[in-house]
Write a protein that binds this ligand. Sequence first.
Ligand SMILES: NC(=O)c1ccc[n+]([C@@H]2O[C@H](COP(=O)([O-])OP(=O)(O)OC[C@H]3O[C@@H](n4cnc5c(N)ncnc54)[C@H](OP(=O)(O)O)[C@@H]3O)[C@@H](O)[C@H]2O)c1
Length: 307
Amino acid sequence: MRGFITDSTARAGLRLADDLPEPQPGPGEFLLDVRAYAVNPGETKLFEERPDGWRPGQDVAGVVLRPAADGSGPPAGARVVARVDWEGWAERVAVPVHRSAVLDERVAHEQAATLPIAGLTALRALRVGGAVLGRRVLVTGATGGVGQFAVQLAAMSGATVTAHVSGEERAAEARKLGAHQVVTCLRDPALGPFHLILDGVAGPLLTDAVRLLVPDGIAVVYGGHNGPTELRLKDFAMRGHNARIQGFISEHPEETKGEDLALLVSLVADGRLRPVIGRIDDWCRTPDVFEAWANREFRGKAVLLRT
Ligand SMILES: NC(=O)c1ccc[n+]([C@@H]2O[C@H](COP(=O)([O-])OP(=O)(O)OC[C@H]3O[C@@H](n4cnc5c(N)ncnc54)[C@H](OP(=O)(O)O)[C@@H]3O)[C@@H](O)[C@H]2O)c1
């Protein structure tokens, strides 16, 4: 079987191997014919941490080749999306039933592949804030993989959404996602105050964001590679009395990943959620796309297709 493995001597640290073992699905797993997969920043980190020969790939969409042996899950031929832990950048992968959702016919494989990590993170992080109807929500990294979904989901939940983007050139995209206000700086006391902040940037921007929380507000921090964040009690003293910061890992809860994916799929099918895909290419070009993505040569999700 063909699939990508890490190889520190190869371009972008990735090599397409053709001698991989066939996946051996467990009782609650089906065998998926992978048709599309997406790339996530967390995977770049994993490349650095894992030895050569490791097999990446977490966001997959495709067609069920062999249903789960225990009779659960989708039948052969069903189109599905799934969140696996690794080995998804391959022709076939074993998928736990509870981490998958069947695709509506209106949802293409390439759209579905954008949903598992980015979509689940946005959906679950937004839920931390409870009801946001009529409340102000701030989304940082608003045109990023997670941010694009966070803005759309918050807006459709009735929030008044402020999007923070890295530059003016991203403002139009953020507005298209449904943001009511777009900013490039948070050092403006007239902003907010925010009931909920969804932050994937961290660093000094998070300090500025925390100062804009309402009393008892929540800043959900799900990511960010922008260095440490300095916080002092006085950052909570002006407005955000007793506000809190919540570290957020989208993996939890495990058992409802498929259920949450199904919700995201239904929103895409209805046209209410629009995955922004910055680049689609043939899967053989994964190293090129990965490199371009890491160099930020395009924005939006990168999706690789296996035709
Ligand atoms: N906790 C979890 O379970 C979980 C799940 C998914 C992702 N993550 C993490 O969350 C973070 C975001 O993921 P993603 O998929 O959304 O990544 P992404 O597609 O690379 O998006 C990152 C966004 O942050 C913006 N950004 C980065 N540095 C910035 C800065 N200094 N000032 C302003 N904006 C800045 C980028 O703006 P430009 O594009 O304009 O540069 C982009 O919009 C990553 O750290 C990822 O590892 C965590």
